[in-house]
Design a protein around this ligand. Structure first.
Ligand SMILES: *[C@@H]1O[C@H](CO)[C@@H](O)[C@H](O)[C@H]1NC(C)=O
Ligand SMILES: *[C@@H]1O[C@H](CO)[C@@H](O)[C@H](O)[C@H]1NC(C)=O
Ligand SMILES: *[C@@H]1O[C@H](CO)[C@@H](O)[C@H](O)[C@H]1NC(C)=O
Ligand SMILES: *[C@@H]1O[C@H](CO)[C@@H](O)[C@H](O)[C@H]1NC(C)=O
Ligand SMILES: *[C@@H]1O[C@H](CO)[C@@H](O)[C@H](O)[C@H]1NC(C)=O
Ligand SMILES: *[C@@H]1O[C@H](CO)[C@@H](O)[C@H](O)[C@H]1NC(C)=O
Length: 321
């Protein structure tokens, strides 16, 4: 999730009615084909790009922050792809937009990753947060102007628990670690700061748009469940060490990343929460997605969003699926 920042959309509510909703086909990348056709088939479209940022490259480059691979791809670029691909004439496909669930992110994590992992101080990066949040809110606003009615907006994950940060910011000062989880306190505080500001701005947005469902997805606390009690979720090898990487205490080495010929992969990924240093394993994402769809980790709760009065309207749409 951290590195595949994105907007994506899937046809809403029919998902929820289907008992197999946790086994939806993977949302297709939009480069794969005809996005509006994909939507009409109920398959969804994903505009995620590895390393993408919320802030544009003009903003980041001016501060000496470089996207190492997908230069110039920011949320605004993805939004433009969405505009152009989903329907040349928005009024022709307003039914698709109106009845879709938009996932706005997780986005913003890479803005911080690119800066922090190249050694900028956390105080300096703190100043980017209001700009990141403003960029996300204005993207949501643009979708709502196009007719979006349901937007799920994830917060940031606890970055202080990621193998990459634990390795690069390793310290012998024990008071910098949360003694329950082993995570770096100041980086988790940073994630919480981003999330608090996001929640505040979403509340303001809801007041202006009472007819739109804005759902906040609390990735941070959903993930903290297994950082606090890894064993309870089957992460017998702990939640911090990466399954795939180049060795070291957390199996993370920035010069031997996962997929490098000298990296190694663990035998049982399901017993790890961290996949490659920055991303989580499928098993960990499953805990998070279940917590969001069934549990208390979205505001408002997911299962409160499709009142029976709307069933008729959604019913027609389920034929697309
Ligand atoms: C994409 O799909 C839409 C809806 O199914 C169709 O009207 C349109 O012609 C397709 N566009 C292309 C380029 O195939
Ligand atoms: C880049 O983002 C900044 C901050 O949000 C904004 O002020 C500026 O207009 C944007 N520039 C371009 C070229 O999009
Ligand atoms: C868009 O669709 C609407 C309604 O179908 C139509 O009236 C309008 O002329 C179309 N606009 C363009 C630019 O094709
Ligand atoms: C250890 O970290 C704490 C919390 O960040 C800080 O207050 C303290 O000064 C540090 N101690 C040393 C010896 O650096
Ligand atoms: C863990 O940290 C908290 C506060 O950071 C402290 O109050 C507590 O005594 C510590 N527990 C242990 C076992 O070190
Ligand atoms: C990372 O790998 C390089 C290349 O093998 C090695 O020189 C370096 O010591 C490793 N770094 C750590 C922190 O283990």
């Amino acid at each position: 999730m951290v590195a595949s920042s994105s907007i994506s959309l899937v046809t809403f509510c029919p998902i929820y009615f289907r008992p197999e909703y946790l086994n939806l086909p993977l949302v297709r990348p939009f480069f794969h084909g005809n996005a509006s056709h994909m939507m009409e088939l109920g398959k969804g479209v994903n505009y995620a790009v590895a390393f993408a940022t919320a802030l544009n490259s003009t903003f980041l480059e001016a501060r000496g922050v470089h996207n190492p691979i997908t230069t110039n791809i920011s949320l605004g670029v993805q939004l433009e792809w969405f505009r152009q691909s989903i329907c040349a004439n928005v009024s022709d496909c307003s039914h698709l937009i109106r009845h879709s669930l938009f996932l706005m992110g997780e986005i913003g994590g890479n803005d911080y990753n690119h800066a922090l992992l190249t050694g900028k101080s956390i105080d300096e990066i703190g100043a980017y947060v209001p700009f990141v949040i403003e960029t996300i809110i204005s993207a949501i606003n643009e979708l709502v102007e196009l007719g979006a009615k349901t937007v799920l907006v994830p917060g940031n994950l606890p970055i202080g628990c990621s193998a990459a940060y634990l390795t690069l910011y390793h310290t012998f000062n024990k008071t910098e670690y949360d003694n329950l989880t082993g995570c770096l306190i100041q980086f988790n505080k940073f994630s919480k700061y981003h999330n608090e500001l996001l929640v505040k701005k979403l509340d303001q947005f809801r007041e202006l748009h009472p007819d739109v469902n804005i759902i906040y997805a609390d990735y941070y606390n959903a993930a903290m469940q297994f950082f606090r009690s890894p064993g309870k979720y089957g992460f017998e090898n702990g939640a911090l060490k990466a399954c795939c990487g180049g060795g070291g205490s957390f199996n993370y080495n920035s010069s031997i990343l996962c997929a490098d010929p000298s990296s190694t992969v663990c035998a049982q990924p399901d017993t790890y929460a961290n996949w490659d240093g920055l991303h989580l394993t499928e098993a960990a994402y499953k805990v998070i997605s279940k917590s969001l769809l069934q549990g208390p980790y979205t505001v408002p709760q997911f299962n409160s969003l499709c009142p029976t009065s709307m069933l008729k309207e959604w019913d027609g749409l389920s034929s697309y699926m």
